[in-house]
Ligand binder design. Structure first.
Ligand code: ADP
Length: 353
């Protein structure tokens, strides 16, 4: 990310420096050649005046009415070699200015790249610190959350020990702890995926395996709601980061199950050609209103807040999937009909360049 910003900034520096340099060169060229011609004509006139023995002041104008009569008479033709001299001088001036501009271009490219790096460095450091802070904070949250979760689960196992009210309260708390845990995991992932995937390992993976892993994790939730998940995926190998694709599939499946009423259906299908893998995750759920569709991939955006509240979540899942897809140089689109269902289509290149 910073490399391309550095190149863009260098481009802007260069554009400004070269615009100034070329404009100045043009002004210098036009001014200097004009002065050269004027000087030459003056010298010719002076020579002619000397030949004719006509006194001329140190400074004189070219206007015919200002010149002595005899100087005005006859054709005033410059000597041929003098014209050639002046053309040669103009050419040399032009070439010199071109060489100077070339030098300025080289020097300002190097200096611009160096200065762009210096300008962006504090921003890069601040962003890096922010990323580390998010990663560290979510990492630190993990341990107490896991401890909380475990103790609540242990307490809930012993049904007789607690009155029903206390049990229900702990169950609600456990749900909140689960939400917080997924929030801290998502924040950790966001920090991880911010650096354009340079720190991720890309390898040959089988997409059916990735989907199988995500499917296994989501199955208990789907069973709880009696939702059937149908998978029609070809055994295709693509170059990708396995862990992040698994996370992407898990988010899509989790949403599909979360936003589909009981006894609904979820369908996962894949189409492949030599260059791409196209994945479709469709559900028969509550759907997304048209006004929300352009925003659902934004960070912390939750469509229809009151409706979303009952399902938990923080609006980070889809923004994460988008980031993962971007890292893989793929695209994602969504179609939805409120009350009927939603379908996400992910297109990923089979090989990373
Ligand atoms: P959340 O944690 O709220 O699920 P996401 O970023 O995963 O956050 O999704 C953003 C919003 O998009 C959700 O709040 C939900 O309203 C909507 N959404 C996502 N997937 C689906 C789906 N399969 N069906 C209906 N709505 C969905």
């Amino acid at each position: 990310m910073f490399k391309s910003a550095k190149i863009k900034l260098t481009g802007w520096y260069l554009f400004i420096i070269m615009a100034i340099s070329v404009s100045f060169s043009l002004v210098i060229y036009l001014g200097a050649t004009r002065e050269m011609e004027v000087g030459f004509r003056r010298a010719e006139l002076r020579r002619r005046a000397e030949e004719l023995n006509i006194p001329l002041p140190r400074r004189f104008s070219f206007q015919p009415e200002d010149l002595p009569l005899r100087l005005r008479e006859g054709e005033f033709t410059p000597r041929y070699f003098a014209v050639e001299d002046i053309e040669e001088a103009k050419r040399k001036l032009g070439l010199n200015l071109l060489a100077i501009n070339g030098m300025i271009l080289v020097v300002s490219t190097l200096a611009g790249y160096f200065l762009a790096g210096k300008t962006l460095k504090p921003i890069e450091i601040a962003l890096e610190e922010q990323k580390r802070f998010v990663a560290d904070a979510s990492h630190e949250l993990r341990t107490p959350l896991t401890a909380l979760k475990t103790s609540m689960e242990v307490v809930l196992r012993d049904k007789k020990r607690l009155p029903k009210e206390a049990r229900n309260l702990i169950k609600d708390n456990l749900e909140e702890v689960n939400n917080l845990q997924s929030l801290s995991n998502n924040l950790l992932s966001i920090a991880r995926y911010q650096s354009n995937g340079q720190n991720l390992v890309f390898e040959d993976i089988n997409i059916a395996d990735v989907i199988e892993e995500a499917y296994k994790k989501i199955l208990p939730l789907a069973k709880e709601k009696n939702i059937s998940i149908n998978i029609e995926v070809e055994n295709q190998n693509i170059t990708a980061n396995k862990e992040s694709l698994e996370q992407m599939m898990l988010i899509f499946l989790d949403n599909a199950v979360k936003y589909t009423p009981k006894s609904g259906k979820v369908n996962v299908a894949s189409k492949t050609d030599k260059k791409h893998l196209v994945l479709e995750i469709a559900d028969t759920g509550i759907g997304i209103a048209e006004k929300d569709l352009p925003h659902i991939f934004d960070r912390f955006y939750r469509a229809d807040v009151s409706r979303s509240k009952e399902h938990g979540g923080f609006g980070l899942g889809l923004s994460l999937t988008k980031r993962i897809i971007e890292i893989h140089k793929g695209t994602v689109s969504v179609k939805s009909t409120p009350g009927k269902g939603t379908s996400f289509t992910v297109k990923l290149p089979a090989r990373q360049s």
